[in-house]
Design a protein around this ligand. Structure first.
Ligand code: TYD
Ligand code: MG
Length: 463
């Protein structure tokens, strides 16, 4: 007999507690804990009552295993992020803020797959069939062979999928609307989300269908977030972007069949999402008119080099505690660079407000961007223009040393490809890069300050 009990579950991280509280200690979020009814396992599955198991065959690590086959959508930026196409029998979670374009991207992907002869099904739980049709018409995809169903009960969804030929790709939009009749909790709660996703993942594995689950990221915890099912699926993709910008980035954060940290770049327009094949051009901003406070960083996103413009504004502060704001970059790391510039190169920034922005709405995570950030700060402070056509990269240590970073040559080659002929990089010792770029090597932040000061017309002194 299954016994049910009550538990309090955080809708953001899925942590259980014995009593209600306004604050979740596990993930530090507020007002996310609600009471859920839980099904206890049947008494037969406990302790000594375990049924007798079957012996599994133990094998060596070595052995022949074929690479998984792939279902290519033909949308190159999407196929790049999935590591070369969707894998049959896998479950993929696509998370993102509401309105970012998940439904649009997946409808476009299904239409592309349908046109290639795959049997594809789009199950909508959020929108009515008419709304999905309207979007398809707007995207010019009304003729694409995509099968539609509006359904939220997971048993009905699986029964529908079991009718006719096995589909190769199925989209569930969104997994938070799916509910299982076997669980008593309300739709959108952690228990329902887990039960629904679990059934769909099991369907994917048993039929060899690739199931794409859409998950909304919510800040207020009204519905359970996609984080709680990340471990259930094979691949986790996040669709990010700033609604003010038309650029959208699809990022792989977990992939059992390919690399993570790979990104795909799209542009949202009237005709839906278009691929951006040369993202460096996009994130470089208005480099035709160089201005003080901008520096170009040569980064690596996944396997691809990417040039990004870093913008800084340093201005005298009227506040007791000056403002430190960073968009697209970690504020803690910004504070660290400011402290290193002050302590190791004597650049006094304690009385200045500092604003930092990464162009195009991109979020930079590489410490390699330190050098470009420091250069942009110094450039703004001294009203000096970093010469047009210069890229910078290198990690700044607390000692003030500038450390070389990996993949120097692909970064420099990307700069050359886009017509940038100069670079400022960490001292590479006796192994200078073999590309034809004019590379200035700096070994400490003091060297960087001297390099910027040498370009300054003396309008403002740095140190
Ligand atoms: P949608 O795919 O519905 O987002 P999600 O499923 O992530 O909630 O996208 C919604 C936004 O995209 C909406 O604000 C309108 C915009 N959009 C366009 O700009 N162009 C288009 O062709 C389409 C279909 C949507
Ligand atoms: Mg949607």
């Amino acid at each position: 007999m299954a016994k049910s009990s009550h538990s309090f579950v955080c809708q953001s991280c899925g942590a259980h507690s014995v009593k209600w509280s306004g604050h979740c200690d596990a993930c530090d979020s507020w007002n996310t804990i609600i009471e859920e009814k839980l099904e206890a396992p049947a008494s037969g599955a406990k302790g000594s009552g375990l049924p007798r198991g079957r012996v599994a065959k133990l094998v060596d690590l070595q052995g022949e295993s074929a690479a998984p086959p792939r279902i290519l959508s033909g949308i190159a930026e999407l196929d790049r992020v999935t590591g070369g196409g969707f894998v049959p029998g896998s479950a993929v979670l696509i998370g993102g803020d509401p309105g970012i374009g998940k439904s649009t991207l997946l409808l476009q992907a299904l239409a592309a797959l349908g046109n290639k002869g795959e049997r594809v099904i789009y199950v909508t739980g959020e929108e009515a069939i008419a709304q999905v049709r309207l979007r398809a018409a707007r995207l010019g995809l009304a003729d694409a062979p995509v099968l539609l169903a509006a359904e939220t009960n997971v048993s009905d969804i699986i029964a529908t999928l079991n009718e006719g030929d096995v589909p190769s790709v199925v989209v569930i939009d969104s997994v938070q609307t799916v509910w299982s009749p076997a669980v008593e909790a309300a739709p959108g709660t952690v228990s329902q989300l887990k039960a629904g996703s679990d059934a769909l993942v099991r369907y994917a594995k048993s039929k060899g269908t690739c199931v794409l689950l859409v998950g909304h990221v919510t800040k207020d915890g009204q519905i359970a977030g996609p984080k709680v099912i990340e471990h259930l699926v094979d691949t986790v993709l996040y669709f990010e972007g700033d609604r003010g910008h038309q650029f959208r980035i699809l990022r792989a954060v977990k992939n059992r069949f390919g690399p993570t940290d790979e990104i795909g770049v799209f542009e949202m327009g009237d005709g839906g999402l278009a691929e951006v094949t040369n993202p460096s051009r996009l994130f470089m901003g208005q480099t035709e008119r160089p201005a003080p406070g901008t520096a170009v960083f040569a980064g690596i996103e996944g396997t691809r080099p990417l040039l990004v413009e870093v913008q800084a504004l340093v201005s005298p502060s009227s506040l007791g505690t000056p403002r430190r704001t960073a968009v697209g970059w970690d504020t803690t790391r910004l504070n660290m660079i400011l402290a290193v510039l002050e302590a190791r190169a004597g650049v006094a920034l304690g009385q200045h407000d500092v604003y930092l922005n990464v162009a195009g709405g991109l979020r930079l995570k590489e410490p390699a961007a330190d050098l470009a950030v420091a250069a942009a700060l110094l450039s703004s402070l001294s009203d000096t223009i970093i010469p047009h056509g210069t890229v910078l990269f290198g990690e700044i240590a607390l000692s003030g040393a500038i450390r070389p970073v990996g993949q120097t040559e692909p970064r420099l080659k990307e700069a050359l490809k886009l017509g940038l002929g100069h670079a400022v990089i960490a001292d590479m010792g006796d192994k200078p890069p073999k590309t034809g770029i004019d590379a200035k090597q700096v070994s400490t932040v003091a060297d960087l300050v001297a390099w910027v000061a040498s370009r300054s017309k003396g309008l403002r002194r740095i140190a």
